[in-house]
Structure formats: C-alpha cells, structure tokens
Design a protein around this ligand. Sequence first.
Ligand code: SAH
Ligand code: AVI
Length: 347
Amino acid sequence: MSAELSSEISGDDEREWAKRERYEVIAIDVHLDAAASATMARDVRRGLMTIPKEVSPKYFYDERGSRLFERITELEEYYPTRAERQILSERSAEIVAAAGAPTTLVELGSGSAAKTRHLLSAMGEAGCLETYVPVDISEEITQATAARLVDEYPGLVVRGLVCDFEQHLERIPDTGDGRLIAFLGGTIGNLYPYQRRSFMCRIAALMFPGDHFLLGTDLIKDASRLEAAYDDAHGVTAEFNKNVLEVLNRELGADFDLDAFEHVARYDEDAERMDILLRSLADQHVRVERIDLDVEFAAGEELRTEISTKFTRERLEEVYAHAGLQLCGWFTDAAGDYALSLACRPK
Ligand code: SAH
Ligand code: AVI
C-alpha cells in the first residue's frame, strides 16, 4: 500500500486493507481435481493388485498425516530434520551466494517450510528475495504456510501450487532472474529409482541457465540408527504409517481395520533404502468399495507404504549426471549424517 493511500484510511479500514494486501501477495493454484481422485483410484487399484502389495507414500499427507509428519521431525530418533536444519542455519548465506543470489525460491514438497526460513532469510539479507513458490500435495499445509510466511517476510510474494510434483512440475512459474529450486527433507528418497530418474530429468528440463537445484538427502549409515529413525519409541511413525489406511478408508470407502496391521521399518542394505511396511496380523479380507475391489491379506503379508533411499556423494553425482546436471556444491552436517547438494546446468 502506498504511504499516500495509507494516510487516508484508519481503524477498520486499515485492517481490511491489510487483509486485502494479504490476498494480493498470496496466489495458490490448486491442481488436485476430479482427475486427481481418478489417479488415486487407479494407483491404489494397481498397488493392491501387485505382488508385493504397495500404496504410494504421497497418500500419507492428508491434514492428519501432515501433522503426524511434523511430530516425526521432532522425535529424538529422527535425526534428518535436525541435521538439515543445522546445515541450513549455518550455510544458507553460502548456498544463496553459490546459487547466484536468486530472486525466487521454489520448494517442492514444502510442507510447513520450517527449515526453509533459513534460506528465505539469507535471500532477504542478500537483498534478492522476491518470490516463494511452495509446491505441495497438501492444500491445508500450503495455505497455512503461505499465510505465515507473508507475515514473517514483509514484501514477499507467494505463488504456491497444490499439485502432485511427479505430474505437474511444468506449472512452476518462470519468474525470471534466477530461481533456486529446493527439494528438502530427503523426500527424493521416497521415489523409486525409475520415478527419481524421470523426476530429475524433468527438473533439469525446467532449469534455465542460472537456475540451481538444492537437494536434501539422507546419507547411508548404520542400519540400527536408520531403523530406529523409522520406528520410534513413542509410536508416532507407526501412527503416521497406519494413517494411509485411514486415507484409503475415507477417500475410497475401504474398510481397513488399523488394528489388524503392524508397522514395520527395515533397512535393505542392497537397495540402500528403508522399507516402510504394514504387516497383516491375520488372514483377512478388505473391501475397497469405491473401486469395487476385494483384497485378501495372508497373516504376515506385507503392504509396502514407502521406501526411503539413502545416498552417498558418488551416487548423487550419478543421479545428476544422468539428468544432464552437475554437482556444484556439497554441504553436510558436522556428523556427516545428511547432505545438501547444489546442482546446476554444465556451462
Ligand atoms: N520439506 C518438508 C516436508 C517433508 S514431508 C521437510 O523437509 O520437513 C514431504 C512433503 O512432501 C509433505 O509436505 C507432502 O505433502 C509432500 N508430498 C509428498 N508427495 C508429494 C507429491 N507427489 N507431490 C507434491 N507434494 C508431495
Ligand atoms: C518425507 N520423507 C523424506 C520422510 C522420510 O524420512 O523418508 C517420510 C518419513 N516416513 C517415515 N518417517 C519419515
């Protein structure tokens, strides 16, 4: 609002203007529609008919699932969030400089953007911060995050996208002047290798010269620490895992009995990934009404709900090279548990 204009209004008017301003600086495009429910129906049908059975982790994140994930990030056993926060709090200024002082921060799987503030603040301090583009499948958390950030960063424009980042990456706005595209939290580890390869090629295709990609990845370590991180003593991860069954019950009219499954978290050394599963505690029958599907589970049978791949620097260099990108920055926490890597197009 201009100073001239603000001097003409007061009291209720001023509050009304403040509200209006907020609407003007936040634009969230929602691309989850009838097609998205059809995709979910198709995905779930295919997953429950496959051997071994599986459900995509993107269905974890309804409002309750997003809240449970936030609780996971605070658990003693779940070190990745703390490690990534340490790197961002200490090295964001360096990362922003290495990324060429971008005006726009695009964040895929942004969630509550709790750690992202370090990057936004560093961009603010470098005098380049203009636009933040959160991209997430959960509308509730994206709206709430956008509202909080415009309050915390006066002048920031938020142009969010509620969509599936595996399908709608091309909708990310071209804001000109250099973008930093961040994919934090280790979420890339939740993609299967074939999904990761296609995702990375599409990211590379989106990047203009001068754009940079910042990727958070958990690093390979001792299996016992990994398994504890995904099977905490308070049972929050178990609740998060079982929440996907609640989502299927609500969205697809399924009748999963949550007590008839147990949470399992196992490290697969060959595939270098955690397998997160739900093991059936008995022979049982599940009906998924909305897709007219009957599914049999044998006692002990496992339904895979998520993988969480762990990386090394060498493996990430291969991931980037396959997508035609080049590693141009490597930042780890003091314990070497977690890495943020910066990639760009080769000159
Ligand atoms: N980046 C945050 C949140 C990580 S949790 C952090 O580091 O703490 C993973 C986030 O990705 C959730 O907010 C979830 O809603 C989102 N997400 C998962 N699959 C997605 C998909 N296919 N498309 C868009 N967002 C997705
Ligand atoms: C979002 N993603 C990176 C988390 C992970 O560590 O793979 C999801 C998670 N699943 C169980 N705990 C955390």
